[in-house]
Design a protein. Structure first.
Length: 545
């Protein structure tokens, strides 16, 4: 009995210990999908993402919602939602999945994305803080005759690049690389389906009309100022770098190698004036400078392919010999119609007499010798004309009469598609016929700002940017914060078409504002031409920032 009792006690103890061990060693079951989603909601999974950039700027691409579900296309509150739903499952980020849509969902900086491609794309990185946006891409890749091989091909191009399931994945795997983030999306990453009969549209073009808690402001008011004095540092002047002609390759190689400027090249460089003149003349650069001296001219240098709001422009002070002095000495026919400008490698562009208001043969920019990439040793500067007329390494000026200039045009702006008017390169159609209007004339851009920037409610915030119109003069800037239903106009009297207009617009959100706004901006010329497609950016005002 004694042994049996002890055995029983031992067995009982062993069972207790075994139970305790079993309880301690049992692995917890993972939470169910429903439990996991509940935990994620409690942790704020569906609240908009806030990104803090290196410079401290905070970006929130999707508006934070509140119970008043306002929208840009409405001046009244059309829908209410309780605070719990707003906190747990907000419409913008849960139902629309807005944080994961649009170009910037995958590409933080489109300019850097383009620069990293194997394909030699125009470098859109810039020191102005101009954010590259989808509308800028559309400007170029929808219609760019004379620039683009394929017209109206943006959809084909982008769908090809982002083709999920193509051999692209195999190619990246073979290279030991991860699949690009962009290829992990789907149709709705880029598109929104419309119920208005217009079908599929691009999210980045429609988002401001779809997102909730964007507050419209009718007849927006703010403080406005402008000037034409902003100078672009020489190293920040854009260089399109087409690499078509011999000098293009020379400039690229010398710039890449940081080659010193060639003094002998400068001393022996010649400029010849010929054509409809009394006598042909030729001078070296030192001879021209010694005979006529130099003048300083501030001029805006802008590419005709600069999209609306784009960064392909600069305003700098150029030093050079006045071209009018050479035309006078050569005895140019007083009725000349076109001045053709030729580079030493044969590249040729022209400026028409009705747009000519003086030019210089520039050897310096911002007080220093032209660098290689800006046309050392001499560049033609024609204020009011597009970049094509600003020929680099210019060697010949040819005076042309009207009867010989029928098919000569000047690139002053980027005409819209006019193919329905009989063709592209004829005297009755593009580019001479601008009845279809311009894509980027007048142009307007926004400096140092990203879509979704967070500003402090109740405190003034200053937006600033540029406006230009090539050969036309900017008369006003106009701002809208109700989707374009109303526009507030600010005049810019006394401006010159030779330089960009740099504007400042200061807006103060209400002190209790916790909402998003959309600012649309356009410019107007003295002849009434208005920016065809105004730029627009969303920003967030928060009481706590």
């Amino acid at each position: 009995m004694r042994n049996k009792k002890g055995l029983a006690i031992a067995l009982s103890a062993l069972c207790v210990v075994g139970s305790l061990l079993a309880a301690g060693c049992t692995q917890e079951q993972p939470p169910s999908a429903e439990e996991q989603e509940a935990a994620e909601i409690a942790a704020g999974k569906y609240q908009p993402e806030v990104i803090t950039k290196d410079d401290g700027m905070q970006i929130q691409r999707t508006p934070t919602e509140n119970v008043d579900q306002t929208a840009l296309d409405s001046s009244y509150v059309y829908f209410y939602q309780d605070e719990k739903t707003i906190a747990d499952l907000p419409f913008n980020t849960y139902y629309l999945d807005a944080d994961n849509r649009g170009c910037n969902a995958c590409h933080e900086d489109l300019a850097e994305t383009l620069a990293a491609m194997d394909w030699n794309h125009v470098d859109l990185r810039n020191d102005y803080g101009i954010q590259i946006t989808l509308p800028m891409c559309l400007d170029c890749h929808e219609f760019g005759y004379g620039y683009q091989t394929n017209q109206h091909s943006f959809g084909t191009l982008i769908h090809g690049i982002h083709n999920v399931g193509s051999l692209r994945a195999t190619n990246f795997e073979a290279k030991g690389q991860d699949e690009p983030t962009a290829n992990t999306g789907n149709c709705w990453s880029c598109h929104v389906a419309q119920g208005d009969g217009d079908g599929m549209k691009l999210w980045d073009l429609e988002k401001h009309n779809q997102l909730r808690n964007i507050t419209p402001v009718a007849n927006v008011e703010g403080d406005f100022s402008y000037s034409q004095d902003k100078i672009t540092p020489t190293e920040s002047i854009f260089d399109f770098d087409w690499v078509y002609y011999d000098n293009d390759y020379m400039r690229r190689e010398n710039t890449a190698n940081n080659a010193p400027l060639d003094e002998e090249m400068f001393n022996n460089w010649t400029i010849t004036v010929s054509g409809a003149v009394g006598k042909e003349i030729t001078y070296t650069l030192p001879e021209l400078i010694a005979k006529y001296g130099t003048v300083d001219v501030a001029s805006t240098f802008h590419c005709t392919l600069n999209p609306t709001g784009g960064p392909l422009l600069a305003n700098a002070v150029y030093t050079g010999v006045p071209v009018d002095k050479l035309l006078e000495e050569a005895g140019a026919d007083p009725n000349w119609a076109v001045l053709s400008i030729t580079s030493s490698d044969g590249f040729l562009e022209s400026v028409r007499r009705d747009n000519y208001d003086g030019a210089i043969l520039a050897t310096k920019v911002n007080g220093e010798s032209l660098p290689w990439n800006q046309g050392y040793p001499v560049q033609m500067i024609v204020p009011g004309s597009g970049a094509p007329a600003q020929v680099k390494e210019v060697s010949d000026l040819t005076v042309v009469m009207a009867e010989d200039a029928v098919d000569i045009h000047e690139w002053n702006g980027w005409p819209k598609d006019s193919s329905d008017e009989g063709g592209y390169y004829t005297s009755t159609a593009w580019p001479e016929n601008d009845s279809a209007g311009y894509q980027n004339k007048p142009n307007v851009g926004l400096f140092d700002f990203d879509e979704g920037t967070i500003v402090k409610a109740g405190e003034p915030y200053t937006f600033n940017g540029y406006a230009t119109a090539y050969d036309k003069t900017i008369a006003a800037l106009e701002f809208s914060m109700d989707g374009g239903a109303t526009w507030t106009r600010y005049e810019t009297p006394g401006t010159s078409h030779k330089n960009w207009v740099v504007w400042n617009f200061t807006y103060t959100p209400a002190e209790d504002a916790d909402t998003a706004y959309v600012l649309k901006i356009r410019s107007v010329t003295t002849d009434g031409t208005v920016t065809a497609d105004p730029i627009e950016f969303m920003f967030n005002a928060k009481t706590e920032k």
